[in-house]
Write a protein that binds this ligand. Sequence first.
Ligand code: NAD
Length: 299
Amino acid sequence: MTERIGFIGLGIMGKPMSQHLLNAGFPLTVLDLNKSAVDELVAAGARAGTSPKDVAAQSDIVVTMLPDSPQVEEVILGKEGVLEGLRAGALVVDMSTILPSVARRVAQAARAQGADALDAPVSGGQVGAQNATLTIMVGGAQAAFDRAKPIFEKMGKNITLVGEAGAGQITKAANQIIVAGTIAAVSEALLLAAKAGADPAKVRAALMGGFASSRILELHGDRMIQRTFAPGFKIKLHRKDLNIILNTARELGVALPVSANITEMMNGLIANGSGDLDHSAFVTLLEKLANFEIGAKQM
Ligand code: NAD
């Protein structure tokens, strides 16, 4: 039996992800506050839902791809929310990046009414969503994971059930610590090299073969040099992830001084109007402190 899918949240990530499900032949009901995104999917063959409750009533599996914990709580647990329309035996798959504690609460609430839930945040960004090559980190029961696997395989490549409810979000938090730290390191490295008079493009190319090479040096390093700061992944969303990380660390009694510093710097970028830029624009704060812009002077 082909599962009927509901998809709520058709932003930078959710639109291409839901399009892949439609292309694969899954009957799809979509919802977003942004009508033009809904219209695009409807033109491609999806149905428009009228509320999260309505989407759930028309679906066997409901996928959410929303900005943050409050939106997920509102859409799934709130009034006219997914749980109000969800049938026993249905499955909720939240692919947003949110607090692990909220993911566990969603799973408990779904199970309490005879349904189930997975937290399944992703890594790989807009390009990964467009090319269906996302890394998907999953928390929940094995049976629910096996059921969702065919739809995960239409959106991603490296798909792992890490553990029980919340384990997907913990894995995503670990991912975002590494991404934030590496962006900060790449920013400092290219800025230092450029202000010393070296061509940052050549420095990046030289480092790509060695121990410091990474996807972030490759992609975000290039963005910093080319000044292509259109998102991508917005600074305000990465700061949101860092807040999730720091809150979770505080609950657990884990000190994360590097992540805390980067969060403060992102606070500064957001206060200065850069929150909607790609997170590679992190470098611009360091550039202000150095009174020097990468690419401004090249040998
Ligand atoms: P986005 O802001 O582009 O999209 C979010 C969408 O949710 C918007 O279209 C918005 O209108 C919709 N929305 C918000 N509240 C809603 C509600 N109550 N009902 C219906 N629709 C609602 O964000 P995005 O970049 O697509 O990110 C989505 C999630 O994926 C976030 O949690 C983000 O951290 C995570 N993520 C993003 C990336 C990336 O590179 N953009 C990568 C990995 C993970």
